[in-house]
Design a protein around this ligand. Structure first.
Ligand code: ADP
Ligand code: 5GP
Length: 205
């Protein structure tokens, strides 16, 4: 089998701190790409098209979906989200690991896809009360949106046991270190260095 990158899936109830953790981990771990999803949701303040998401209309999304351009897609909180198949496969082919920030529905689609080897990580908040505090503290969502997201969070927490790894985001630095440890351990399983380079045994390493 040709060597290729590893596909990582990261899920968490909205407001847990997954984006915050991931931004720090991406700065510290090389050869790791982030899969920029397509979404029909409106950009939040500070979000950039093509960086945080590819923001598209419902019509554009549906036409991409119908053409089979998504590796997985789901409706979350009334908006569509999808992962570009081509963008993911291109990185893996280049032997670059790629991390997907997707919801539990999308994660289960990929876990059931036998053609795609993946490692899944669930990030949990220390409690639902703390999750509510973080959602309010973020200041990006309306009261109505927060209520919807808390309802979804309760359901999503029930899926945590299906993931390969569980990281609790209580202390941010500890959560970052734990996620980095998971990524490095998985690279080692694939006979690679923490940097992502393959280990060349013949070179005496
Ligand atoms: P997500 O991407 O999971 O929806 P964010 O990364 O946007 O969540 O984080 C939600 C809010 O919680 C942000 O205001 C962020 O600064 C804060 N936050 C993240 N991690 C922690 C933590 N360990 N302790 C306290 N606040 C946190
Ligand atoms: P947010 O709107 O807060 O950025 O994301 C809401 C939820 O959608 C999060 O759980 C996030 O992981 C998920 N999500 C983002 N992109 C995708 C995607 O491409 N596919 C799926 N299934 N979920 C996604």
């Amino acid at each position: 089998m040709k060597p290729k990158g590893q596909l990582f899936i990261l899920s968490a109830p909205s407001g847990t701190g997954k984006t915050t953790i991931l931004k720090k981990v991406m700065q510290e771990i090389g050869k790791l790409a982030f899969s920029v999803s397509h979404t029909t949701r409106q950009p939040r303040k500070g979000e950039k098209d093509g960086v945080d998401y590819h923001f598209v209309t419902v019509e554009e999304f549906k036409s991409m979906r119908d053409e089979g351009m998504f590796l997985e897609w789901a409706e979350v909180h009334g908006n569509y989200y999808g992962t570009s198949r081509m963008a993911v496969l291109e990185q893996l082919k280049k032997r670059i690991d790629i991390i997907l920030d997707i919801d539990v529905q999308g994660a289960s689609i990929i876990a059931e896809d036998d053609s795609q080897d993946s490692v899944s990580i669930f990030v949990a908040p220390p409690s639902l009360q703390e999750l509510e505090r973080r959602l309010r503290g973020r200041g990006t969502d309306s009261e109505e949106t927060i209520t919807v997201r808390l309802g979804t969070a309760r359901k999503e927490m029930g899926s945590a046991a299906k993931y390969d790894y569980l990281v609790v985001n209580d202390n941010l630095d500890e959560a970052v270190e734990t996620l980095k440890a998971v990524l490095i351990a998985e690279r080692s399983r694939g006979h690679r260095l923490p940097s992502g380079e393959p280990i060349d045994l013949e070179a005496g390493r």
